[in-house]
Design a protein around this ligand. Structure first.
Ligand SMILES: Cc1cc2nc3c(=O)[nH]c(=O)nc-3n(C[C@H](O)[C@H](O)[C@H](O)COP(=O)(O)OP(=O)(O)OC[C@H]3O[C@@H](n4cnc5c(N)ncnc54)[C@H](O)[C@@H]3O)c2cc1C
Length: 500
């Protein structure tokens, strides 16, 4: 069992009069229609993609420009109201889950592409711009934005920055942190700061790297400058079948060991391919225990050479069948199953719980076998569909929340997977962040020294601790309650730390 969530702390509890006061103060600084407080209006914000946890916020604020973001922060700081930033709400770790007596600051109306500079190969966008919309705006110039979360049709660049999101193409082109040059941030004390630079290096401390992946706890992103890359002339994908999952996992390590960095290297186990095939008809080999999708991109000559080299490695690694996309339509069809795997889970299970951990590639086979044993231990099925090239696992634990204790078993199953990731030298998160979902697993990954350093950064940016409190960093007390912190001589270290 995972420890239940601790109640979220704030100065004044939710009351109708408090809600009225805060709504009035926000209404004075925002245009009409930008403050929502009726339950029927706030309910759509009650959860993100981690829908097992729900909490309508006291108020939703919808600022339309940077000055209005600062005004919302000013009201919240003066009235001591916690703030949860929110993009599209596709996050899978509960990062945008509201607080009962807090304000959700939505970036839905900050959705303008400020400019695309084809010569500099950059785009400047507001935080509520959808990931895919950046590539659409850059397409006329033969450019695109490389990090491509599977949720890219909906998720926002602000959310991507806050989560340091990844995607299929990140193996070759890097994560959000490698593709964002500069962010403008509204701080809780009412300033706009610019982190990073369009130049290759920025003077001063590298606070951009600190900020990317900080899950809405350090400031509100109000503008993002991203790097664009040229669209490759050709892209082709290999679909390789394997008779057992260990051979498939080992093939991943062998492709990389051969010095090839594919544009994408993804794996689906049989549960996943059987789950998704009736949904998308991608032509997957349903007898295969595992399928690998390996993409090559570049000039026609580069692609031909890389496809031949990858096919040879895969064959040597025991592939039982290999198909290479001959047309762009076929390439998209091969990928369609991978891209639609999460929604397809709904066809075979009322609920699913998507975990996200990263491991050294060489341990893929061991960890997948461990997950198979946990399926028996917890009596729940698990589909594995993931960024194999990065060692970034996405076990989808299938459960039915209507069956008593299945959610609890799914959570315990997930926590066990993360503990296994840490045990083999990996991390508890790959790209979905910590949020509320993995907060206890942070105690498995980090000791008091690291957690204190994280709190130090948090306090430096947000002294009143109003920005997304109680997410991502567990208090040392919480770790002790979770049973992962050493209590020496009956004394809990750092019991004096604030609970946030
Ligand atoms: C079907 C599906 C597939 C997915 N596939 C991937 C994938 O391949 N790779 C991947 O990395 N993720 C994936 N995700 C997870 C999710 O889409 C990403 O984490 C995404 O970056 C979240 O963006 P969002 O706009 O929805 O942010 P939200 O969910 O609204 O918020 C996420 C976090 O960002 C903070 N935040 C949002 N906007 C701001 C801002 N302007 N300033 C400061 N903080 C902010 C929030 O407080 C929260 O902590 C997937 C999710 C789904 C549902």
């Amino acid at each position: 069992m995972t420890t239940p969530l601790t109640p979220l702390a704030s100065a004044a509890p939710f009351t109708e009069s408090r809600q009225r006061d805060v709504a009035r103060a926000l209404g004075a600084v925002l245009p009409p229609g930008c403050v929502l407080s009726r339950l029927e209006d706030t309910r759509p914000y009650e959860c993100d993609g981690l829908s097992a946890f729900r909490q309508p916020p006291m108020i939703v604020a919808l600022p339309q420009d940077e000055a209005q973001v600062l005004a919302v922060l000013d009201v919240c700081r003066r009235m001591n109201v916690p703030i949860v930033p929110r993009g599209a709400g596709t996050g899978l770790s509960g990062g945008a889950m509201p607080i009962a007596d807090g304000v959700v600051l939505s970036t839905a109306r900050l959705n303008r592409i400020v400019r695309v500079d084809a010569e500099a190969r950059t785009a400047v966008v507001q935080p509520g711009v959808r990931n895919l919309a950046i590539s659409e705006a850059a397409a006329p110039f033969g450019l695109y934005y490389a990090p491509d979360p599977s949720s890219q049709i909906a998720c926002t660049i602000g959310g991507n920055v806050a989560e340091n999101s990844g995607g299929v193409h990140c193996l070759k082109y890097g994560l959000t942190v490698h593709n964002v040059l500069r962010v403008r941030v509204a701080t809780i004390d009412g300033h706009i700061v610019e982190l990073g630079s369009e130049a290759p290096d920025a003077p001063g401390l590298d606070l951009l790297a600190v900020f990317i992946g900080s899950e809405g706890m350090l400031g509100i992103v109000t503008e993002v400058t991203v790097r664009l890359v040229p669209k490759p002339a050709v892209q082709r994908v290999i679909m390789a079948s394997f008779a057992d999952i260990v051979a498939g996992a080992n093939a991943v390590a062998r492709v990389i060991a051969a010095g090839i960095i594919p544009a994408g290297l993804e794996m689906m186990d049989q549960t996943s391919s059987r789950m998704v095939e009736p949904f998308v008809r991608a032509g997957y080999d349903l007898d295969a225990a595992a399928i690998l999708l390996c993409e090559a991109d570049g000039t026609p000559e580069e692609v031909e050479d890389e496809i031949a080299r990858m096919a040879a490695v895969l064959q040597e690694a025991g592939a039982t069948a290999i198909a290479v996309s001959a047309t762009e339509a076929e390439r998209l069809r091969f990928w369609s199953g991978r891209k639609n795997a999460f929604p397809a889970a709904g066809r075979i299970s009322p609920d699913y719980y998507c975990m996200d951990g990263t491991i050294p590639r060489r341990h893929l086979a061991q960890v997948l076998s461990g997950i198979a044993q946990m399926e028996v231990k917890y009596g729940l099925r698990c589909a594995n569909v993931f960024h194999a090239g990065d060692g970034n696992l996405h076990p989808l634990i299938l459960f039915d929340a209507n069956v008593p204790d299945e959610l609890a078993r799914a959570e315990a199953f997930g926590a066990d997977i993360l503990a296994l990731c840490v045990a083999v030298g990996g991390t508890i998160t790959g790209e979905h962040g910590v949020g509320i979902e993995k907060i206890d697993s942070m105690c498995v990954q980090f000791g008091p020294g690291e957690l204190n350093a994280f709190f130090g950064v948090k306090r430096a940016f947000d002294p009143p601790s109003l920005l997304n409190p109680n997410k991502a960093i567990p208090t040392l007390q919480r770790c002790a309650e979770f049973g992962r912190m050493r209590v020496t001589g009956g004394v809990l270290p750092h019991a004096d730390l604030p609970r946030f």
